[in-house]
Design a protein around this ligand. Structure first.
Ligand SMILES: Cc1cc2nc3c(=O)[nH]c(=O)nc-3n(C[C@H](O)[C@H](O)[C@H](O)COP(=O)(O)OP(=O)(O)OC[C@H]3O[C@@H](n4cnc5c(N)ncnc54)[C@H](O)[C@@H]3O)c2cc1C
Length: 1594
């Protein structure tokens, strides 16, 4: 294949194979590569005649003919001799390397040619490699067909049966029954080798998997015999140990023949070599697309497995033409043909840019049909693909050749990170042809070196764009990293610990998915290092910063696009000649804007810098990085930045709080204007630094001013005051039909706002946005022309989901509002030249004057290439599209918005929205414009669907959700982030926590950086899939937002604004009470854990309970459902909901107990509730044991489907009822945690004489809540215990069910021991039970002993470092004792570490406290008495809850809340004698509100009431003038209101915000501030009375 050939047809000249018109255009490209012409190419360089293949030609020439064709003239030689000496003339001769290269050919090409020659004869045993198809064999049937025609057919037949065998639980049985067929040459031909390898490898893996896990992914409640009565291949090595010879022996033999010294299967084998191609002739843009393949041999047969493996294969297949592009690039380097090299580089970039899309074929959106991968299934895949022994390499994404090839191509030199080391390791195990290919580009004619030496800006630009496309933040590696984060987060919370490559193991310090994210980041940084140097920031921190603008450009022109004389929208043309930039329709340009000269002048004048504009400034860290960046972009050393640079490129407007606070501090809080600005309720403030300084300079003393802005020094304060501006994003509005475009068009709408009244009063002053007025300044302003010498930094990025379909025949609809037409111009220009699919534009603009690109559109309409429907919202001079006349016809129409025309064209819109499966056209829909445009379009579409297709409005959403999930509905909402008000009600953590959307019709809230959003409606549209949002429901997900670079993404911020519902109530100021502050952090962390656990369980349960296919295959019972349930339920039960009742709760208990003991120094008794004892007794109870036994029955079914068929309904019913109880428990814990959280908000409002008493009251209350949590666990087991799978009355054949049970019991002997009491944990086995079984209160030293035991029993926190493969193997092992999810494991490890260090640092105090003398007045018991039911305190009126109205009082507070539990328990048949005894002893014990384990939880008062009640019992200091020492609750509430720190109000009458705090008021409430901000700022911490106690070390 020549450097000019089309990758699709492989033809150099002739008809474009993708062309749809009859003439078969030559010029315009049907694809991105076909038939383009460049000057000065290889033909020109070597005078190659037209029509002759250049490679062929070159190979037949004499070496001298090629290398000495360009000998310089004699005068040039003389010149050289004179200037550089005679020795320099040696360079006139070719180097030996060049001679060799011309003689032998380019190394990469030679590897290819060799592979193509030998491969077909040898069954490609060196690995498939070809010019045309890269690493993926186009004929996937060849090897499989050869296997089917050989005796090895038995293996492929068994593979085909495998999903059925898994479903019946008969895997090992069927493999054991297989006849032994050897994998020798006589029986298995070379051609069948790959298929044999894959078939046998998969069979060995599934056998090992079943053997280890019995289908339960590592959770075993019973030990079952795994022996099969056949010959085993133990002597053949560890890999096939325990595996029957029928597959172990041939696997071993086939691997040997394939050159695999140790039998193993790679990820590539499992996916890319395990495919069937649907249509081998469907080659555009590559063969192995998701929609063109089937998985040949799935093992489990469910959709997730298929989608996951196909998606991985697709990603690799998208690199199909990369191999040829790289080999060609190397050839051009050898012949120093820059033009041809440039073309190959651009080609390679376009190939790489397909990879993210290919990877997105794996979808996290349950509506995405066959693309959906359930994270829970992914968990299982990790177990299945664990290596068969410690010796062989584990499956990893790095086994896909494109990655290691691209690393070599780009000259990666550092492989020190976890993934880097893994890459080096795995490379050694790749098939020989691939290793040879990688070596050929790594060690010879390295393209990056050549490009750097060439000095050709275009080559450098093109190479840089390859770097970005491959390993950049927005390139493949960036996309991959984000997607894996989402997948792992959900999977991690439901059982998976790491990626296939094992990055992110659960014993780490952070959450596994965060650690994986970091591992990917390290690898990305290593890859980027040759180009970006040693990066100081994480890749996601580069998003939305100058780092994304790596090219230089200038504005060429600004032209009118409509008839609006003010040119509020302009077409701005930028020069990109010589940059090497290429782009696709839909791409965006990031631009670093410059401030207008006027704004710079305002600042300079006020600061006195007007005469120092060219003086250099000492830079802070951020500006220094920017200077470095400027230097690297311009290929010069780091420039000095001057005052002018800072003013032009710094962020001057709008005013952020940070900026104004800096000024405030610099001016020593002396300016009233600054104070007024700071008191504003909407941020950022609509004004510039210049505006502010102009005003402030007049109201500040010159002395302060001079000190703040010292002009005599290095001006370092300037770079500290003014941060660097962030880039603005604009959709590219043109698509030129050139290989290397020379210009970029933008359609820029100048944004306007009114200057903030504080600075403009009494007049209204209009101001323009920084970026938009820089690009499109008001007509005839002095900023029309950008000063010479100022580099305009730009960068191109590809949106994740705003691209034209690959299929040119697919119809497209574009919905645009105003300047939202910008990206669509590039779409229609691109589509017009090559597509047959319909292009329909729906456009909404204000008036006819603002109809952009009207003339151009009319031309397209006339040519039959577009349909255009317009609406004008403020103009009745309408236009109607006339299809038959192909024109827009004038017509008087009442002004209307875009939704009107969408509804009008409803029928066609519906066809476009609906998928092909639903009978629609499966069209692609794009919306671009402001949020209001988006809302209007969506409302129009919904109405259209309702009018034409559905009976109910709700059903329209389902249709839309599918379009989003299929990635056919795409948004480009390009609003600037709008200011958010901060004087609206705040939402407490507990209210956030209650909105997890896990039950039907409930809402999903998330919190990000202090704001709360109701994202329920956005969920289905999220391009990353719905699951990732759902997995963060109800919690503060700021960290994930930062890690996923959402925080800097204007698109995300502006969209989020739409869903903003209020600010999160911030952590109260505890006035230096460190203990309360520490407890707050701990409790909020526990609340978060309870929410995340609930949500994660809901995910899992929803997936396996919601799928009928998982439970039934036609009329046959499917083991899939049982397995999933069996995977889920024992994990919970064995580990007793480890995240909630494990180390985290213990930590809370420890610190609460310690705090209480420490605070109540005079107490006679430090009796504490025995929370850990209750939990331990619950877990070891007869009920828990009965439940475990029942579950183990189900475990038996996973490998014995024979028995399962008699219990179908019983099993289903059992699963349904148990998961419901699980959810009830988890919801209950969340509710308790919310209750505790609320106490933190109210505690500081209570009128307590001392901090100690406040702390005591709070700790007591929280201990009570924690005790209730423990009791809920107890209640849970007692409800679960009566459930049984044995429900003959429900089954179709009750008699057979009874008989089956009896037969089983006789067989396993249990029939004869039915009377024996089995399974209850003896006291010896249960350390807590032995010590505390009888008492319900414990001393602090008992608590400490309990905790010490936990720490001692905990798995080693720092396990011995395992090597890479050993870690993979460990992943595949069944680890019944510690089979918690990665998430739980990480949470517990943290808690254990913290407890351990707490104990160490406070040991002295602990010792003292645990031996406290029994004297003094206050006891825990007394405290508890104050709010015991029936006591006076219990009837105290409850202050209003700080929680929202979304939880009704009856469901969240008070006795009613527990009625269902009480009723439930009342109905239970309590069978355990122990339990009865405990109940009796509990009810007889005196003086406590909370008693024995099965006693229904005591009705709770609200946190405020309980705290009040406790405080009322404490000694209180009289305040001067106080009328009553004991304020009534009403007084307390009103005094709280008076203080303004807590105001309860109903918001908007909806359930959304409910009872809330007014943040603004609480901000100004502090007395000594006198309501002024200065007072607030200067407020000194009030010194409370020093409490007697021991300061703990937290
Ligand atoms: C994906 C996308 C595509 C867009 N395409 C177009 C287009 O084709 N034509 C068009 O006219 N406009 C487009 N915009 C809007 C454009 O990026 C600017 O937001 C708009 O021009 C206003 O910017 P300004 O500097 O004039 O406003 P200003 O008032 O100076 O900025 C408003 C505030 O928003 C912040 N802000 C604005 N833009 C960004 C950004 N990109 N990143 C981070 N913060 C930002 C500023 O820092 C400032 O705080 C697009 C926006 C996005 C997100």
């Amino acid at each position: 294949m020549s450097e000019r050939s089309c990758p699709i047809s492989v033809s150099v000249v002739g008809r474009c194979p993708m062309s749809n018109n009859k003439e078969g255009r030559l010029g315009p490209r049907g694809c991105n590569f076909a038939s383009f012409e460049q000057q000065g190419d290889i033909r020109a360089a070597f005078n190659i005649p037209v029509g002759v293949d250049p490679n062929q030609y070159l190979r037949q020439r004499a070496i001298n003919e090629l290398l000495y064709s360009d000998v310089p003239s004699m005068p040039t030689i003389k010149e050289l001799q004179n200037s550089k000496g005679v020795k320099s003339l040696d360079s006139l001769n070719a180097t030996e390397q060049d001679l060799l290269a011309v003689a032998l050919g380019a190394p990469a090409r030679q590897v290819l040619l060799h592979a193509e020659e030998v491969g077909p004869r040898t069954g490609w045993r060196d690995g498939y490699l070809s010019t045309e198809y890269g690493f993926c064999p186009p004929d996937a049937d060849e090897a499989a067909g050869a296997l089917a025609r050989s005796p090895g057919r038995v293996w492929s037949d068994l593979c085909e049966r495998m999903p059925g065998c898994v479903a019946r639980g008969r895997v090992r049985e069927s493999i054991a029954a297989l006849a032994v067929v050897e994998g020798t040459e006589e029986l298995i031909p070379d051609k069948a080798l790959w298929a044999a390898l894959v078939a046998l490898g998969m069979l060995c893996s599934i056998y090992r998997y079943e053997d280890k896990h019995n289908g339960s992914e590592g959770v075993n409640v019973t030990s079952r015999s795994t022996t099969t009565n056949v010959e085993i291949s133990d002597e053949l090595g560890d890999e096939v140990k325990g595996i029957p010879k029928s597959i172990g022996l041939p696997y071993y033999q086939i691997c040997k023949r394939m050159g695999r010294s140790i039998p193993h299967l790679t990820f590539f084998d499992q996916s890319s070599y395990n495919l069937k191609i649907r249509d081998p002739t469907s080659v555009h843009p590559y063969v192995g697309r998701f929609d063109n393949t089937d998985l040949r041999w799935p093992m489990f047969g469910d959709q997730s497995e298929i989608a996951f493996l196909k998606g991985c294969a697709d990603t690799s297949a998208s690199f199909q033409h990369g191999v040829d592009a790289i080999a060609s690039a190397q050839e051009h380097v050898m012949t120093r043909n820059n033009e041809a090299l440039l073309r190959e580089l651009i080609r390679l970039k376009e190939i790489l840019e397909r990879m993210p899309n290919a990877f997105h074929s794996i979808s996290m959106n349950p509506n995405s049909g066959e693309n959906y991968v359930s994270p829970a299934e992914w968990v299982r895949w990790a177990k299945f693909s664990a290596p068969l022994s410690k010796r062989c390499p584990a499956t990893s994404g790095l086994q896909f050749p494109p990655y290691l090839v691209m690393d070599a191509f780009l000259g990666r030199s550092k492989y020190e990170s976890f993934l880097g080391a893994e890459g080096v390791h795995l490379r050694a195990w790749l098939p020989s042809n691939w290793r040879a290919f990688i070596a050929s580009i790594e060690y010879h004619y390295r393209i990056p070196d050549y490009v750097a030496q060439s000095g050709d800006q275009r080559l450098m630009g093109a190479l840089d764009s390859i770097v970005e496309a491959y390993t950049g933040e927005r390139g493949f590696m960036g996309t991959h990293r984000y997607k894996v984060f989402g997948l792992l987060e959900v999977a991690g919370k439901t059982g998976r610990s790491e990626t296939n490559g094992n990055s992110g193991s659960s014993d780490s310090n952070s959450r596994p998915w965060e650690e994986t994210h970091k591992a990917f980041s390290d690898a990305m940084k290593e890859r980027l290092e040759p180009y970006r140097g040693n990066l100081h920031v994480e890749p996601h921190q580069m998003r939305g910063t100058f780092a994304e603008c790596r090219y230089k450009s200038r504005v060429l022109s600004r032209t009118f696009v409509d008839t609006d004389p003010s040119r509020s929208i302009a077409r701005v043309m930028l020069d990109i000649q010589e940059t090497g930039i290429t782009f696709q329709p839909g791409d965006r340009l990031a631009i670093m804007p410059h401030n207008s000269l006027m704004e710079c002048a305002k600042v300079a004048a006020a600061l006195g810098l007007d005469t120092m504009l060219d003086q250099s400034v000492t830079l802070d860290k951020q500006w220094s990085r920017f200077a470095e960046h400027l230097g690297s972009v311009s290929n010069i050393s780091t420039p000095q930045l001057t005052v002018k640079d800072i003013l032009r490129r710094g962020h001057l407007a709008p005013l952020t709080k940070n900026l104004v606070m800096k000024l405030h501090t610099m001016l020593r809080t002396s300016s009233n204007t600054v104070l007024q600005i700071l008191a504003t309720t909407e941020w950022p403030v609509r004004a510039s630094l210049g505006d502010l300084l102009q005003a402030v300079v007049t109201d500040t003393s010159s002395q302060i001013w001079d000190q703040a802005f010292d002009l005599s020094g290095d001006l370092a304060w300037l770079s500290e005051l003014v941060p660097i501006e962030v880039p603005r994003t604009y959709s590219i509005s043109n698509y030129p039909n050139e290989l290397l475009p020379s210009t970029i068009d933008l359609t820029v709408s100048r944004s306007e706002y009114n200057l903030c009244p504080i600075l403009s009063d009494p007049t209204t002053i209009l101001r323009h946005g920084v970026g938009s007025s820089f690009l499109n300044p008001p007509v005839s302003s002095e900023d029309e022309f950008i000063a010479d010498g100022e580099d305009l930094l730009i960068g191109v990025s590809r949106p994740l989901a705003f691209q034209l379909p690959i299929d040119d025949a697919a119809p497209c609809a574009f919905f645009a509002g105003g300047s939202g037409i910008a990206p669509f111009r590039s779409f229609w220009q691109a589509r017009a030249s090559c597509s047959v699919g319909k292009n329909i534009l729906f456009l909404g603009v204000q008036s006819r004057e603002k109809f952009c690109y009207e003339n151009e559109l009319r031309e397209y309409i006339e040519a039959g290439l577009m349909e255009v429907y317009t609406t004008f919202s403020r103009d009745s001079r309408g236009l109607v599209f006339d299809r038959s006349r192909r024109e827009l016809v004038e017509k008087e129409i009442t002004p209307r918005y875009i939704d009107a025309v969408v509804v009008e064209q409803g029928a066609i819109v519906c066809d476009l929205v609906m998928s092909k499966k639903q009978g629609g056209l499966g069209g692609y829909l794009y919306v671009c414009g402001s949020l209001s445009v988006f809302d209007s379009v969506m409302s129009g579409i919904r109405k259209a669907i309702y009018n034409h297709r559905t009976a109910r409005m709700e059903s329209t959403d389902q249709i839309l959700d599918i379009a989003f999930a299929e990635r056919r509905f795409m948004l480009d909402v390009f609003m600037s982030p709008k200011p958010l008000p901060c004087n609206i009600p705040t939402i407490p953590l507990s209210q956030l926590a209650m909105h997890t959307g896990h039950t039907p019709n409930s809402r999903i809230y998330i919190a990000v950086h202090g704001s709360v959003y109701d994202v329920t409606d956005f969920c289905p549209m999220h391009p990353g899939g719905t699951n990732i949002i759902k997995s963060n429901a109800g919690v503060d997900c700021s960290k994930s937002f930062d890690l996923l670079a959402h925080t800097n993404n204007p698109e995300v911020s502006s969209l989020l604004n739409k869903y903003f519902i209020g600010h999160l109530t911030s952590k109260p100021n505890y006035h230096h009470c460190e203990e309360i502050s520490m407890l707050y952090d701990l409790w909020s962390d526990y609340l978060r854990t309870s929410v995340e656990t609930l949500v994660a369980h809901q995910f899992e349960v929803h997936e396996f309970m919601g799928s009928s296919k998982l439970w039934f295959q036609g009329s046959l019972f499917n083991m899939g459902g049982i397995r999933r349930f069996y995977h889920h339920q024992p994990r919970l039960l064995q580990n007793g909901f480890s995240a909630l009742f494990g180390a985290k709760l213990q930590e809370l208990f420890l610190k609460l107990s310690f705090t209480l003991a420490n605070a109540v120094t005079n107490s006679s008794s430090s009796q504490l509730p025995d929370i850990l004892g209750i939990i331990a007794r619950a877990k070891g109870s007869q009920d828990a044991m009965t439940t475990t036994n029942e579950i183990s029955q189900i475990g038996q079914f996973t490998c014995d489907s024979e028995a399962a068929r008699f219990h179908e309904q019983g099993i289903l019913e059992y699963a349904r009822a148990s998961v419901q109880l699980n959810m009830e428990l988890l919801e209950g814990i969340r509710e308790e945690a919310c209750r505790g959280m609320d106490a933190f908000n109210t505690v500081m409002n209570l009128d307590a004489p001392s901090g100690t008493q406040r702390l005591t009251a709070l700790s007591t209350f929280l201990l009570q809540v924690a005790e209730r949590m423990a009791m809920r666990l107890e209640g849970f087991y007692s409800k679960l215990a009566p459930l049984s799978v044995y429900r003959p009355e429900m089954e179709q054949n009750p008699a057979r069910t009874r008989w089956s049970l009896l037969r089983r019991k006789i067989q396993d002997g249990s029939f004869f021991i039915l009377t024996q009491d089995i399974g209850v944990l003896t006291p010896q086995k249960n350390p807590y039970a032995s010590q505390y079984l009888r008492g319900n209160e414990v001393e602090l030293d008992h608590v400490i002993t309990q905790i010490q035991q936990s720490i001692k029993r905990a798995p080693t926190l720092h396990p011995k470092a395992l090597d890479l493969t050993a870690q993979h193997v460990a992943r595949g092992q069944a680890t019944p004792s510690n089979q918690v999810s990665a998430y739980e494991s990480s949470e517990n490890n943290h808690a254990l570490k913290r407890m351990s260090s707490f104990m160490t640092s406070n040991m002295k105090a602990i010792r003292r406290l645990s031996k406290m003398p029994p004297q003094g007045s206050l006891s825990f018991e007394q405290l508890m008495n104050t709010y015991r039911p029936n006591s006076a305190a219990a009837v105290l009126p409850t202050p209003p809850s700080s929680r929202g109205s979304s939880r009704s009082r009856s469901s969240s507070h008070g006795a009613d809340n527990f009625n269902p539990i009480m009723t439930g328990m009342g109905n239970l048949n309590i069978r355990s004698q122990n339990l009865k005894a405990r109940n009796t002893s509990a009810s007889s014990s005196q003086g406590r509100g909370i008693k024995g384990s099965i006693t229904p939880p005591t009705p709770l008062l609200s946190s405020s009431a309980a705290l009040l009640a406790m405080l009322n019992k404490l000694n209180k200091r009289q305040k001067p003038g106080a009328s009553s020492p004991l304020p009534s609750p009403a007084n307390t509430v009103s005094s709280a209101v008076m203080r303004g720190s807590m105001v309860s109000s109903r918001s908007r009458g909806s359930s959304v915000v409910g009872n809330v705090h007014l943040r603004a008021r609480s901000m100004t409430s502090n007395a000594n501030g006198g309501g002024s901000l200065r007072g607030f700022m200067l407020q000194q911490p009030r010194k409370g009375r020093e409490e007697v106690g021991i300061a703990p070390t937290f």
